[in-house]
Design a protein around this ligand. Structure first.
Ligand SMILES: *Cc1c(COP(=O)(O)O)cnc(C)c1O
Length: 374
């Protein structure tokens, strides 16, 4: 037993991603390597089929990463020059995908749940608006019912950034399955992580599927003829084989995350200086996969430094800024509510290397921090 004083808990334990399943993964490397099956091979096709079935969508297509996935989805949906796309605070990748598709990202306020605020979306619609791009955040899906009403009313498409939300649901429907397309990330620290970069575009739409299929592979049609301009953004077959293996036990991984999130909630809910996300069973409309455990905390920076001296890793979302605060990208919007949230948010460790003891240890420290100082 490690004494609780000496315990060091990184925000994310990257070696664990390999070491926890070293034998199985090594067997996959060997199998794929012996077959020389590196690009667009049967392991990818199998993973795509299983992923689509898991989400209840018609198609899943492996791509290089979710950032590319968003770009490909936007291009496939016809977003281009002069089109405005409404988003909320998100990773810069989301806005960059809109930018490189030729469009203009229009960030709007988030709500109390930190997800895109449908009322703010409605207010931001202009004659140039073509799409809404909600970022499904920290494993939770936005109020898609309200967004679908707005999209219908203004003839907009919805494209979901579901990079953080594989398996998350709103009213029983999976994140990624609401709009014309959604993008999912398999970056190592995501809920379903591979050993490098990886992503998927999911869709029910035959045309979007065909276009993403071409866009990710140099514009090649099924007969190998070049039928359109394309890029190279394919999910490596080796990563697909790893992901297919991990997808088989993904529901258990989600349950672990939900248990740990519930434990955080039980332990922290009596501390008045912190605000917590809803618990795993608090709201029947939402099924959260808890990509992150995001709290709001008074004296956030001091708390973060205190945890660091006790060797607890934490993180600030997107490096500490909402996307519109990266002024050098040309944003001029002010979003006072979102900016206030960003002075208070803190991500606590939540991943599969974490034990229940680890969570108790982190919560003890947070309790000590506020007790010492009130
Ligand atoms: C991780 C993430 C991305 C980017 O995913 P990559 O696969 O690393 O390109 C985009 N949007 C959100 C919300 C993310 O969390």
């Amino acid at each position: 037993m490690i004494s609780s004083q000496a315990r060091s808990i990184p925000f994310f334990d990257y070696p664990h991603l390999f070491l926890s399943e070293q034998q199985e993964l090594t067997a996959i490397f060997r199998d794929v390597g012996m077959r020389g099956a590196f690009i667009l091979q049967e392991d990818l096709v199998r993973f795509e089929r299983n992923l689509a079935a898991y989400l209840g969508v018609k198609y899943a297509l492996g791509v290089g990463n979710a950032s590319d996935g968003l770009l490909l989805a936007l291009r496939a949906a016809g977003i281009g020059q002069g089109d405005e796309v409404i988003c909320s605070h998100t990773m810069v990748a989301t806005a960059a995908a809109i930018h490189f598709a030729g469009g203009t990202p229009v960030p709007v306020e988030c709500g109390d749940d930190h997800l895109i605020d449908p009322e703010a979306v409605e207010k931001a619609v202009t004659p140039r608006t073509r799409a809404i791009l909600p970022t499904q955040l920290n494993g939770r899906t936005a109020d898609m019912e309200a967004l679908e009403v707005i999209a219908k009313g203004h003839n907009l498409v919805i494209i979901e950034d579901a990079a953080q939300t594989l398996g998350s649901r709103f009213q029983g429907r999976a994140a990624g399955s609401f709009g014309v397309a959604g993008a999912i990330s398999f970056f190592p620290a995501k809920t379903l992580g591979c050993l490098g970069d990886g992503g998927a575009v999911v869709t029910d739409d035959d045309d979007i599927y065909e276009r993403v299929l071409q866009l990710r592979d140099h514009g090649r049609g099924s007969d190998g003829e070049i039928v359109s301009w394309g890029l190279n953004s394919r999910l490596d077959n080796l990563q697909a084989a790893i992901l297919d293996f991990r997808l088989a036990s993904y529901d258990l991984a989600v349950e672990r995350r939900r248990t740990l999130a519930g434990l955080y909630r039980n332990r922290l809910q009596s501390i008045r200086q912190v605000e917590l996300p809803p618990g795993p069973a608090d709201d029947s409309d939402h099924f959260d996969v808890f990509q992150n455990y995001e709290i709001e905390a008074e004296r956030r920076d001091e708390l973060r430094a205190f945890l660091k001296t006790h060797q607890i890793g934490t993180a600030l979302p997107w490096g500490g800024k909402a996307v519109h605060q990266w002024r050098r990208l040309g944003f001029e919007t002010r979003l006072p509510f979102t900016e206030r949230v960003f002075e208070r948010v803190l991500l606590l460790p939540l991943n599969l290397s974490l034990t229940q003891d680890d969570v108790h240890h982190i919560c003890n420290l947070i309790e000590n921090f506020y007790r010492r100082s009130c």
